[in-house]
Design a protein around this ligand. Structure first.
Ligand code: HEM
Length: 458
């Protein structure tokens, strides 16, 4: 049990005594609160593949808002931090100050590596050579390959025409089916989504390859339990072999084609970069369905989006809506780094091997600093503040992370999500069956229980 470092009766944290000059340890009671109110929710929901039951429960009990409130309380108690906590076998530090968020993310991969112990335990189940879990040395070949294929610096990918054609076809077919029941629900949306994703990533031939989606889902379920679950190497190898076949087929307009024709060294492990893309498109599906709730619950928003579709695929308002969905309900709530050497902070030092945690919802929903914290505010992203363009003084809104580890797929994500959303509202009138309270948006929003009434445009 961690030592309580609070001065008895004073209520103020005392300097840590088990390591002179180290970042202070939280009190025992604060340890318990952080574990139950901040770290439990992402673990219970499923870090690698979400479990719909727990996600719905977290929403019902508003656990994500409790996490933000707990961070605010810690900040009031411990100041700008960081603060330290211990769990058996692991030393953790929680970042409390915006400047430290920038410092950690800008300091990727050294001294803050994204390849943390927990991520390696999880992602090794299906992508042990992915850039995200690579050493700084391996990363030098793998990260640039991701950036090249995903064209990270281009808002609109050069394959946009093929991508948007697939999106238009699938959304048309999805809405055709929804017309029979008059309802668009998660299951129907997710089926259409994966057809789109397989075509974008692997090519049109993969449209009906439900097996490959099932295979990665099975591997991800094991990844939820990280080291506690033995790896299924046979399944991983057959999954990777299938990906290799798609790269060899190199269907024009697919990301697989880009992989096939992008020069890369063996160290880059091109095939093993692809599972991360398939895996991460799941988060984009949740973000899109939540963004649909935002669009349909805010008067005038769907009309603005519909009007913007005449200028597709450049869709600033729709992209900002997706970014708002990700700010309000971040799909990567914990940005994790491990320190590769001793680091020094305003409150003391942290040894190498400490896990540094940035809890994004705190920064995204802290109404003490962000007037728009609990409201839909697309303007936050419409004034030259796209991810990666914020400077060090900016309040950290980091749904895609930031710095050298920023999501290299963000523009592909924003293109895909904004086009899917835009097509949905261009083709039909959609009404949320459980309208949001737009004056104070909820701390969680389960996409799995969202439903929309579908009607022809008036
Ligand atoms: C809503 C959707 C997505 C969000 C919010 C998101 C967010 C993120 C975040 C926060 C990270 C950093 C993770 C960390 O530091 O541990 C990351 C990394 C990454 N993302 Fe995304 N992502 C999304 C979808 C995608 C998609 C669709 C792709 C590819 C098509 C992609 C490719 C990657 C890759 C390759 C990395 C690892 C980068 C590295 O090794 O430095 N992401 N993403």
């Amino acid at each position: 049990m961690p030592r309580d470092t609070t001065h008895a009766g004073s209520g103020q944290p005392s300097p840590d005594r088990d390591g002179a000059g180290q970042v202070p340890l939280l009190s025992a009671s604060d340890h318990a609160r952080v574990l139950t109110r901040i770290l439990l929710s992402p673990v219970v929901k499923g870090p690698i593949v979400r479990r719909p039951g727990p996600v719905n429960l977290v929403e019902r009990f508003d656990l994500d808002s409790a996490g933000v409130r707990e961070m605010q309380r810690l900040h009031e108690r411990y100041g700008d931090g960081p603060v330290q906590l211990r769990i058996p076998g692991r030393r953790l530090a929680l970042v409390l100050a915006p400047a430290d968020v920038h410092r950690v993310l800008d300091g990727t991969p050294e001294p803050f590596t994204p390849a943390t112990l927990e991520k390696r335990g999880a992602l090794n189940h299906f992508e042990p050579e992915s850039s995200l879990v690579s050493s700084a040395q391996e990363r030098r070949a793998r990260r640039p390959l991701n950036e090249e294929v995903l064209e990270s610096s281009r808002p609109v990918h050069s394959h946009a025409e093929v991508m948007t054609a697939a999106i238009e076809r699938e959304v048309t077919s999805l809405l055709g089916h929804a017309d029979f029941t008059g309802t668009l629900d998660w299951d129907g949306f997710a089926t259409a989504w994966w057809r789109i994703v397989r075509q974008i990533v692997l090519g049109a031939a993969a449209r009906e390859d439900h097996q490959i989606t099932d295979d990665i889902r099975r591997l991800r379920r094991r990844a939820n339990l990280a080291y506690a679950m033995p790896q299924n190497r046979r399944l991983r190898e057959s999954f990777l072999a299938q990906l290799r076949r798609y790269v060899e087929a190199a269907e024009p307009g697919s990301l697989a084609e880009m992989v096939a024709r992008t020069p890369a060294s063996r160290d880059a492990e091109p095939i093993q970069q692809i599972p991360q893309w398939l895996f991460a498109f799941d988060a984009a599906a949740w973000a899109t369905f939540r963004a649909l709730s935002l669009l349909t619950c805010h008067p005038g928003a769907a009309e603005t989006a519909r009007e913007e579709m005449t200028r597709a695929p450049e869709l600033p308002y729709l992209r900002a809506t997706v970014l708002e969905s990700l700010r309000l309900w971040p799909t990567t709530p914990l940005l994790l780094r491990d320190t590769t050497e001793e680091t020094t902070w305003r409150t003391g030092s942290l040894p190498a091997g400490t896990a540094v945690i940035i809890f994004a919802p705190y920064f995204h929903r802290d109404e003490r600093h962000l007037a728009e914290a609990h409201r839909f505010a697309p303007q936050l992203w419409l004034e030259g503040h796209e991810p990666g363009e914020r400077d060090d003084r900016a309040w950290p809104l980091v749904p895609f992370s930031d710095g050298p580890g920023i999501c290299p797929g963000r523009n592909v994500v924003l293109l895909t999500c904004s086009m899917v959303l835009g097509e949905l509202v261009r083709q039909r009138s959609l009404t949320a069956q459980q309208p949001l309270d737009t004056s104070t948006l909820p701390g969680s929003l389960s996409p799995f229980s969202s439903r929309f009434t579908v009607a022809p445009l008036g």
